[in-house]
Design a protein around this ligand. Structure first.
Ligand SMILES: [Ca+2]
Ligand SMILES: [Ca+2]
Ligand SMILES: [Ca+2]
Ligand SMILES: [Ca+2]
Length: 361
């Protein structure tokens, strides 16, 4: 009996395995609420050498998806199985667009994994077709899903190993799909910090007085292939005004906001984000971004107009106060917060000496 289990990506060590291999079972194998996906060979191989007593496995409430992709895409090897209340990949519908239920309440459309195609995260999206499509005639007392959440939510069981309990399941910034936006996502941003777009038209304009700095192989800012590769357009969240061709403070603040600032997926209740009050309100952020759009800067967005410099500095200082608190209280992420602090302090130093002299931190 296998229930509420994820069986994915067998054969990662170079051998060709099935998801599950059942041979001559003495009783009827029961496979309920499993997600069997992305295995090298077929999802389930079943053989029975006794033709008088064939114990067909009972497959119910399962997601059987994208196995055997190097083969013919069939999901079963040996004796063919006929799952009930399940989502089963159909090689005749490789794009998985057909959600027609057969008489066993089984269909071949995409299951709606929230990070489609990632075998390491087979959570269902909130609008998945598998939601509330499991067998309503069974009872599931005491069962838990793959997250150790109750097996049944929203009054009917879902197909597969996951039961959907909440909406905030995925985040576009969760680059490694682990349900957290944390230092893993912050590191690439920090690497791109203060980089400048090599395609900035000004740098490529021979009439630009500092043209040679960027275009002469001996110039100090010569745009080498490495410098070109270091530019990460996806972090250039504010691409207007002074910040148009730079990844700088406005981008950082926008990143903090758009990533929901250290977001935690709702299926990871073991992570308790701090009671977090955004250090900068949205309206303040908007006004600050607006002020940074004034004078276009050639090099860094931190070369802002004089009026906005002090505003920006005080905002950053209030952000720093908050981060200092995190460094003390959020022990698990001390290094991340320290990194954030360093970035902000660096931006302050570049913003202007005047403000720095009046405050210490
Ligand atoms: Ca449900
Ligand atoms: Ca769940
Ligand atoms: Ca992550
Ligand atoms: Ca920018």
């Amino acid at each position: 009996m296998i229930k509420n289990s994820v069986i994915c990506q067998n054969s990662s060590l170079g051998q060709n395995y099935f998801g599950i291999w059942i041979k001559d079972p003495s009783n009827i194998p029961v496979l309920y609420n499993n997600t069997i996906a992305f295995n090298h060979n077929e999802a389930i191989a079943y053989t029975d050498s006794d033709p008088n007593r064939v114990n067909y496995p009972e497959v119910r409430n399962c997601i059987i998806w994208y196995n055997n992709q190097d083969g013919n895409g069939e999901q079963f090897a040996g004796l063919k199985l006929h799952p009930f209340y399940s989502c089963v990949y159909d090689p005749n519908d490789p794009d998985g667009v057909n959600y027609t239920m057969n008489f066993r309440h089984t269909f071949g459309g995409k299951p709606g994994f929230v990070y489609e195609g990632d075998p390491n995260n087979v959570h269902l999206g909130y609008t998945s077709f598998c939601k509330n499509q499991g067998d309503p005639n069974l009872s599931y007392p005491g069962q838990k899903d793959m997250d150790n959440e109750d097996r049944v939510a929203d009054s009917r069981v879902d197909m597969g190993a996951d039961e959907i309990h909440c909406e905030d399941i995925a985040n576009a910034w969760d680059l490694d799909h682990d349900g957290l936006v944390n230092y893993v996502e912050f590191v690439p941003f920090s690497k791109a910090w203060l980089s400048h777009d090599p395609d900035d038209p000004e740098l490529n304009d021979p009439n630009y007085p500092n043209y040679y700095l960027y275009n002469d192989p001996n110039g100090p800012y010569y745009i080498t292939p490495q410098r070109r590769a270091a530019w990460r357009e996806e972090f250039n969240l504010v691409n207007t005004g002074a910040s148009q061709y730079a990844i700088d403070l406005p981008d950082f603040l926008a990143w903090m906001e758009s990533t929901d600032c250290f977001w935690v997926a709702c299926w990871r209740p073991e992570f308790h984000p701090l009671d977090y009050t955004p250090p900068i309100s949205e309206s303040t952020l908007q006004s600050m971004l607006a002020s940074s759009l004034s004078a276009p800067s050639l090099m860094r967005a931190s070369v802002l107009s004089t009026e906005s410099t002090e505003d920006e500095a005080s905002l950053v200082l209030s952000l720093l106060d908050q981060i200092n608190l995190f460094i003390k209280t959020d022990q698990d992420n001390t290094e991340v917060w320290q990194e954030v602090k360093n970035l902000l302090e660096q931006s302050l130093v570049e913003t202007g000496d005047m403000t720095i002299k009046t405050r210490s931190f």
